[in-house]
Ligand binder design. Sequence first.
Ligand SMILES: Cc1cc2nc3c(=O)[nH]c(=O)nc-3n(C[C@H](O)[C@H](O)[C@H](O)COP(=O)(O)OP(=O)(O)OC[C@H]3O[C@@H](n4cnc5c(N)ncnc54)[C@H](O)[C@@H]3O)c2cc1C
Length: 296
Amino acid sequence: MKISDKLKNCQKPFCSLEFFPPREREQWPAFYQIVERLAEVNPKFVSITYGAGGSTQDNTLDVARHLHSELGLETLVHLTCVKSNKEKIDAFLNSLKEAGIENILALRGDPPRGEAYDWSSSEFTYASDLVRYVRSRHPGFDVGVAAYPYPHPESKSFQADRKFTQQKIQAGANFVITQLMFDVREYFDLVERLNSLGIMTPIIPGVLPVLSMESLRRTLSMCGANMPGKLFFQLEEAHNQGGAEAVREAGTHFAIEQCRQLLEWGAPGIHLYTLNRAETCLRIVNELRSMGLLPA
Ligand SMILES: Cc1cc2nc3c(=O)[nH]c(=O)nc-3n(C[C@H](O)[C@H](O)[C@H](O)COP(=O)(O)OP(=O)(O)OC[C@H]3O[C@@H](n4cnc5c(N)ncnc54)[C@H](O)[C@@H]3O)c2cc1C
């Protein structure tokens, strides 16, 4: 089923979950067990990422097929422009279609680290090019796009970033998932700004629970999200006083509080970046259920 149709029929806030395909196939059975455990939270959909430079494209496809066909989960497959062309996109989308998958997240992607990349030689330069292409050549797919509460690191200004996001949605996106953010006001600012530009498409906020200082450093260096200094000092203090366990606890509490604010203040749902871990996400969803913010 198309995600936009699921969202149209959805009266209550929901959660959705993002996973990445483990690189080694030997790790897949354990990974599928984690997904099965998380299926308990009744996600509206699950999304599966696409490796930088399309490096794990086959893994993305195989894992997506399993989640969709074997585990019965509505599956959203990420797809990027990097090192791609129309022929490769057609082949990938035809495979998804054969598997009965109807939802993609159209992204520009980033070139693999340290690799010089000439976008001018690419058939798709921006995510909006991919959205337009899928809309015209593969109209059977629902198309989501990314948006950035704290603007994308390459953008010149907040306003320019919102404008390009508007253009990307107007190219034919059915829904939007945001980059993670640590200040929920950035999400509401994005929504207000896009609404004022006439965009009423569902915008689902992405939430990443901080599980360790190392993963936080890695995430911040990769995605360019903004972290309030106060939160960083809280996590640092937790680390100095109680080590890794205290950081996980503080990070989980913070994520629950963020989700509470997002849902109470009107977000349609929560997209949890699971990092392929079950426990923390189960805890977050159960807390939100006990507050009556997510359906049991
Ligand atoms: C929810 C989510 C999921 C993601 N999943 C993946 C994944 O699976 N695999 C992966 O490799 N990466 C993933 N990413 C990361 C993403 O690929 C990068 O953030 C990438 O740098 C930008 O992708 P985009 O689709 O937002 O690009 P775009 O929307 O194309 O924007 C890229 C930059 O160009 C600017 N821009 C856009 N249009 C124009 C224009 N017409 N003229 C000038 N400038 C313009 C934008 O402001 C921005 O600075 C994900 C990000 C998010 C938020």
